[in-house]
Design a binder for this molecule. Structure first.
Ligand code: MSP
Length: 570
């Protein structure tokens, strides 16, 4: 025990290499992807994109995939009257496509039906077995097929009328099952798991650490890690005993190793995972079984579990029976995939369930991506105001004058000075909603500065006389747009790229360290440059509500905007 503990300590907080391995759960192929699944993947993707941006020297690796074994999958394929392997191919492919459309930059996509995974599972099993952590026993209990797990009496509720028992947590029915299984000595690892859970920032948000520790305050029973092959045949056979198949959760968890090439030595370049993203419903498997399996196999458990809550739809749990499952492909037709990504990361918070509603999505996307971000870019690039189509450089004298005389300019400067540090802090905790909030606050300050400095009035003066001041205003506005573009890359990669392309920001100048270069810190010495003509200044089109679609309403304009229009049109 002590030795095990000492072996653990080496990897409990300290990281020895520059690798950063991140995983999503692997997704069941018993149904098509919905926005909840996409959410797990988008969090992991935004996390990795930030890591690459902020720490270019780190080797970041993101793996995802599909979980294809077990009774649930067998049953789903039978229902569709399709051979189970074909069924898995089809649904797995749909996950790939959705993730590709959503710009998830995964380094690997693992399927549990692949040979490389079966080999890893067999090796992992043999390791546990050879270390004496697996034994055979007669086992009986309430088994929940939907959740692929045995449940204790305290985890059940009884429907008196029908005599049927259900899982308290998931609501799925259970059945009494008696069989001979292989068991894993989970009980032996209770102290190790508690020790692991209690390390600083191991489980985030902290409320999930508390939930785990509550569960761990009761003695852990040993867990069944195989099923009779005649009951669950769509699974990986137990090595050297074809009468049993490996329990699907043990099989599934090993994907995190097989995606790295385990048991070949190369896996150790990325092991252990820096962060594993999971939904709250699979906390027990990842927060108790998984570290116990790994410690038992002599492997390091993950650095952090990042647990997110669930999406409800108009306040209701998503479910096939309620017919309220949101398909990401259809949602993207309404909002664009970038819009959907933005909404999920902007509105979702890990510690409590988020509510998905069309009205809310519309409001957020229109006001933030179209009116605040998109509109400012179009205004700064408008040919009337910016006929030479340039990203000018600020002129020192006018910059000093604007900062000295306009509160709005000063506020924009303060906002830009703090942008990098604030957003980095939020990204480090996966608080994407706060990153978006901070970027939007900066863009509001930029919009406000633009309005207040009234650049359109400078077009009226004697030709050329007001040009330097006008260009300084445009330069300051474009600096704000550029910095927000850099910051938002992990959240809306495509839109941010289009914004930075339009501003002709070289690909080598889009990293986190370039946030220090703007009028707000040291003057940006890039000199004026031509805007990219190939790239549109129209970033995100307002999404029309059905009512608006039928009867187009002119957008309400502020007095200042009306004046700007009059001036620039004249
Ligand atoms: N196959 C297992 C995971 C095995 S990992 C070794 C599984 N698959 S799943 O397809 O059911 O769920 C995958 C992920 O989607 C989980 O993180 C789960 O929490 C997440 N979501 C499923 N429904 C969700 C919502 N309604 N909202 C947010 N995320 C949800 O579990």
């Amino acid at each position: 025990m002590l030795i095990r503990r000492i072996k653990c300590l080496g990897f409990l907080g300290v990281r020895y290499n520059s690798s950063h391995y991140v995983t999503t759960p692997i997704f069941y192929v018993n149904a098509a992807p919905h926005i909840g699944h996409l959410y797990s993947a988008v969090i992991a993707d935004a996390h990795c994109r930030y890591q690459r941006l902020k720490y270019p020297e780190r080797k970041v690796r993101l793996c995802t995939g599909t979980d294809e074994h077990g009774t649930k999958i067998q049953q789903a394929a039978a229902l569709h009257k399709i051979p189970v392997a074909t069924y898995c191919d089809q649904i797995s492919q749909r996950y790939r496509e959705v993730f590709q459309n959503a710009n998830i930059l995964q380094d690997d996509f693992i399927r549990t039906t692949e040979e490389r995974h079966k080999r890893a599972v067999a090796h992992f099993w043999r390791t546990l077995n050879s270390r004496g952590h697996i034994y055979s026993a007669a086992y009986s209990g309430w088994y929940c097929v939907s959740d692929e797990t045995f449940l204790t009496d305290s985890q059940l509720k009884l429907d008196e009328a029908t005599g049927t028992r259900y899982s308290l947590e998931s609501g799925h029915p259970v059945e009494w099952t008696e069989e001979t299984n292989y068991m894993f000595r989970l009980s032996k690892f209770q102290d190790d798991v508690i020790h692991w859970v209690k390390q600083e920032a191991r489980i985030r948000p902290a409320k999930f650490e508390k939930i785990l520790l509550d569960t761990l305050s009761e003695p852990l029973p040993d867990v069944s890690v195989s099923r009779p092959s005649n009951r669950v045949h769509w699974a990986i056979p137990v090595p050297d005993d074809s009468s049993q198949t490996v329990y699907v959760w043990l099989d599934a968890l090993v994907n995190y190793l097989s995606a790295l090439g385990y048991p070949d030595e190369k896996y150790s370049a990325f092991w252990p995972p820096a962060q594993q993203i999971i939904g709250k419903d699979i906390l027990k498997f990842h927060g108790i079984y998984w570290p116990a399996f790994l410690i038992a196999a002599g492997l390091q458990p993950p650095g952090q579990l990042y647990v997110h809550s669930h999406w409800t739809v108009d306040g209701q749990k998503m479910s096939k029976s309620k017919q309220n499952v949101v398909n990401p492909v259809q949602a993207a037709e309404q909002y664009t995939m970038e819009g959907l990504r933005y909404f999920l990361l902007r509105e979702g918070v890990a510690h409590s369930d988020g509510n998905y509603s069309h009205v809310k999505a519309l409001r957020i996307l229109n006001s933030e991506l179209a009116d605040t971000l998109g509109n400012l870019l179009s205004r700064a690039c408008a040919k009337t105001l910016n006929p030479r189509q340039i990203y000018p450089s600020a002129q020192a004298e006018h910059l000093a004058d604007l900062l000295g005389s306009l509160d709005a300019a000063k506020r924009l400067q303060e906002s830009l000075v703090q942008l990098s540090e604030r957003c980095a802090q939020h990204y480090e905790c996966n608080h994407f909603h706060l990153v978006a909030d901070t970027a939007m606050a900066t863009l509001h300050a930029a919009n406000n500065f633009f309005e207040t400095s009234r650049p359109w009035e400078l077009k009226k003066g004697a030709a050329g006389s007001n040009e330097p001041r006008l260009e300084t205003i445009i330069a300051m506005t474009m600096d704000a747009l550029r910095l927000c573009g850099i910051v938002l890359q992990p959240i809306i990669p495509q839109l941010a790229t289009r914004l930075l392309d339009k501003l002709s920001v070289p690909a080598t100048q889009r990293g986190w360290n370039y946030l220090a270069e703007s009028f707000a810190n040291t003057a940006h010495h890039g000199g004026s440059r031509q805007l990219n003509e190939q790239s549109s200044a129209m970033l995100f089109q307002r999404i029309l509500e059905e009512k608006e679609e039928r009867k187009p309403q002119p957008a309400k304009r502020s007095k200042a905007k009306k004046k700007e229009l009059r001036e620039t049109m004249s």
